[in-house]
Design a protein around this ligand. Structure first.
Ligand code: GRG
Length: 325
């Protein structure tokens, strides 16, 4: 890791240091020529690019750090926890990027702008964009199987397998893919008559828990597991992340109404244009923002009860509500 994982780093310095760790590791773990065809390697790097907030990897690392700190580990234990959590931190970012690339395709949300740049299919064509997503997804699971190298460490291997299973659940048909399938039913694009299904608040929350929340949860749980967290700690970080994930999606919906493309780095007003059911659409913008603030307060209380309070997890959770993109 780039710097000692010091408790004394400010939140901004911590985020900068951990982002650096993640960006360097992503570059190292993305496939490169000659093993990978140059055009595909270039397009995968374009997708992963620099513009993302790296929220999920930061969450995974901060969760690992919080577990190591709560277990009374010193600087070495915290640095070890961060090193062990780096593969899952990168794997969630690869899966997240895959979901963005496929979500932007004409068959899904049909968007031309992402992270302030042309979407992958606009830049490289639809066929390669599909392959970029497929490649990122496979790379995520491949790197998790390889790193951290277990070298005969049976407990570490067992934890890694739990992390791989958690990520598989978060991504698969009962997770992100399932959430996206529900989303398609709301726009009617998967029915011959084009009729969109209506969602109430519970159904909307369930869809987003699958589509957005699952990966955020897998990041926090994965980080906690790789740091050797016990069941209570893992459960607390899971509950924390579920609430943060809900807040994340509520704010995403609000920003789609309030934001502009220059700030968001993606097309604004997409949800209304596509006739999507959203949190501000169901309860109004003010109530939606209150729901997000409440969810983050509950998330923080969950951590405090488990003795896992951390300025970095708090900073990330509150940043979800105050973010502008
Ligand atoms: C996972 C196999 C597989 C398929 C994916 C397309 C799809 C199925 C799911 C769509 C999931 C999706 C795009 C959910 C929206 C999540 C969301 C709010 C993204 C924005 O995340 P940010 O703000 O983006 O963290 P940056 O650019 O900062 O990384």
């Amino acid at each position: 890791m780039s710097q000692i994982a010091s408790r004394h780093l400010s939140f901004a310095d911590y985020v900068a240091a951990r982002r650096g760790d993640v960006d360097r590791a992503l570059e190292r773990w993305l496939p490169a020529p000659p093993a990978c065809p140059p055009a595909l390697a270039e397009a995968m790097r374009y997708a992963v690019g620099n513009g993302g907030k790296r929220f999920r990897p930061l969450l995974a690392l901060a969760a690992a750090d919080a577990v190591a700190s709560a277990s009374g580990g010193g600087e070495t234990a915290r640095a070890d926890a961060l090193r062990r959590a780096l593969p899952i931190a990168c794997a969630v970012e690869l899966v997240h990027t895959q979901s963005l690339v496929h979500d932007d395709l004409p068959a899904m949300d049909d968007d031309v702008l992402r992270r302030g740049q042309p979407t992958v299919h606009v830049r490289y064509g639809e066929g390669l964009a599909i392959l970029v997503g497929d490649g990122l997804l496979a790379q995520a699971f491949g790197l998790l199987a390889r790193y951290p190298a277990d070298e005969g460490d049976a407990p570490l291997l067992a934890r890694k397998l739990r992390v791989i299973a958690a990520l598989g659940d978060a991504v698969g048909a009962s997770g992100m893919v399932g959430g996206q399938a529900i989303d398609l039913t709301t726009t009617g694009s998967c029915r011959p008559d084009g009729a969109g299904a209506a969602l109430d608040l519970d159904a909307l929350s369930d869809m987003h828990a699958r589509k957005t929340g699952g990966l955020i949860r897998a990041a926090a749980v994965g980080g906690a597991l790789m740091a050797g967290g016990n069941d209570e700690q893992v459960e607390a970080l899971s509950a924390f992340a579920v609430r943060v994930g809900l807040a994340f999606q509520i704010v995403d919906d609000v920003l789609d109404v309030e934001g502009c493309a220059a700030t968001l780095g993606k097309t604004a007003g997409k949800d209304a244009g596509a006739g999507k059911v959203t949190f501000p659409g169901l309860v109004g913008r003010d109530t939606a923002r209150l729901m997000a603030t409440d969810a983050v307060a509950e998330a923080e209380a969950t951590l405090a009860r488990a003795g896992l309070s951390s300025p970095y997890l708090t900073g990330l959770a509150r940043g979800v509500v105050s973010r502008r993109d």
